[in-house]
Design a protein around this ligand. Structure first.
Ligand code: DLL
Length: 432
């Protein structure tokens, strides 16, 4: 199912022409209205009127989170506040929040993009969509809400939290599509199992999950527990919010809304583009946003592009799931390790629960990693020998696949913190 087939399946050649035209007008807009870009373009001798091909994008300066912070709150807006009809902010785990704004037209485009993502997952006007993302300054709740309304679904704006009430509403309102973070979906599933609720009696068909990284193994776990089609959707407030990219029913990569964003993948150290299909940092340039355009925004998210065509017929190129962030990459004894790799391995091992936490400490000059893994009750109360065997087994699997040794500790079921929004998997004590 398509929301806007003409756009989503447009020939690449036409798409590139459209991107170029939209990029040209974006450059003109930022050079005229945003002092930061005006100054940067001048320094780099960039003539926004002289842009003739998409390849020239590489000449443009990057925009980083620091630039956004330095221009807090409205310094990068390209329209006067009277044209801004909505503000959101990203909390940011460190430092100052960043503020983003939308004109009426931006909101229209945003809902269309989210509408595409819902439609490509299978959701339509007959669905009852329960949105368990926070409503507020976070873009998750409102972003998905407007898209779901746009397709004519019946929207339940329940917001995040209050798990028992979520479950009550899932049952009573006959929810068919659940929208939240993947970790929250798992918490809902586990809570329902604990309450002896017959999950098969629910009306749930779809789960649209995003806002945080998750592994393929976690998808399988959610699918098995809830019996639904589970798709991944990606976005970030600085670029727009949810709706930047989403999976189609093939569940193999997320189509990027390329008529609104130009994507690049760079090597975060050299800042040069990686070879096609290689892993690197995603960089987005918005080409339709009026209130808060960004040029070459460095997301710190790591993924690959999948330039080959998708059987669904969409021509927008896909990205793989986000495997981690440049800033949550752990370097242990010189080896790069992403929490997602650890997750994939743990989900594969029998006897463990899909809940874990990674603790990083500095032991003298060396980084030490301890993985806390919840295990099923029977194992926890089993003989010490069995526990030790499981620990050794997990350690071995992790060592083989990561190439380094980490400590493993088994903890009781439900002893690790659960999250209603984004899960916090890594506790880095080195920075405390
Ligand atoms: O999380 C927007 C969003 C809300 C997307 C709901 C999808 C669903 P921020 O709070 O600005 O915006 O956080 C953005 O979250 O840079 C990624 O690191 C991470 N992230 C978002 N979606 C995914 C995903 C929203 N599907 C940051 N997979 C991004 C992995 C994701 N990471």
């Amino acid at each position: 199912m398509y929301w806007d087939k003409a756009k989503e399946c447009m020939p690449r050649e036409d798409l590139e022409q459209l991107q170029l035209e939209r990029l040209q007008s974006t450059l003109y807009r930022v050079a005229t209205h945003v002092p930061f870009y005006r100054k940067k373009f001048k320094e780099l001798a960039i003539d926004p009127d002289g842009f003739r091909s998409l390849e020239e994008l590489r000449k443009l300066p990057f925009t980083t989170k620091d630039v956004l912070r330095n221009n807090y709150p409205y310094g990068l807006f390209a329209v006067p506040l009277r044209d801004v009809v909505r503000l959101h902010a990203s909390s940011g785990t460190t430092g100052m929040a960043t503020v983003v704004g939308y004109t009426r037209n931006d909101l229209k485009n945003w809902s269309d993009m989210v509408a595409r993502i819902l439609t490509s997952s299978g959701v339509d006007a007959d669905d009852v969509v329960q949105i368990a993302f926070g409503y507020g300054l976070f873009t998750g709740g409102f972003g998905l809400h407007y898209g779901a309304e746009r397709i004519g679904a019946s929207v339940i704006p329940i917001s995040s939290g209050n798990t028992k009430r979520q479950i009550q509403i899932l049952q009573d309102f006959k929810t068919t599509a659940l929208v939240c973070t993947p970790s929250y979906a798992l918490l809902l599933a586990d809570t329902m199992l604990e309450m002896n609720i017959n999950i098969n009696a629910l009306h749930l068909k779809y789960g649209l999950f995003g806002g945080e990284p998750w592994s393929e193994e976690m998808r399988t776990e959610i699918r098995n527990k809830l019996g639904i089609i589970a798709t991944d959707n990606y976005g970030l407030s600085e670029v727009m919010g949810p709706g930047v990219a989403g999976e189609c029913s093939y569940c193999n990569g997320l189509h990027i809304n390329e008529d609104h964003f130009i994507v690049e993948v760079i090597n975060p150290d050299s800042l040069e583009p990686v070879a096609p299909g290689e892993l690197g940092e995603l960089v987005f340039t918005t080409i339709t946003k009026e209130a808060f355009p960004v040029i070459r925004y460095r997301t710190r998210d790591l993924a690959r592009l999948m330039p080959e065509p998708c059987p669904c017929g969409r021509t927008f190129q896909r990205m793989t799931r986000v495997i981690g962030r440049t800033d949550d990459m752990l370097i242990i004894k010189g080896v790069n390790v992403y929490p997602m790799q650890i997750e994939s391995i743990l989900f594969d091992i029998e006897g463990t629960e899909p809940h874990y936490q990674i603790i990083v400490e500095r032991d003298g000059r060396l980084d030490k990693v301890t993985v806390l893994v919840e295990v099923v009750e029977s194992i926890f109360f089993d003989q010490m020998k069995k526990q030790r065997q499981l620990v050794e087994h997990i350690k071995k699997r992790l060592a083989t696949e990561l190439g380094i040794g980490v400590e493993v500790k088994l903890v009781e079921e439900k002893s690790l913190e659960r999250f209603e929004g984004k899960a916090k998997r890594v506790i880095d004590k080195r920075k405390l």
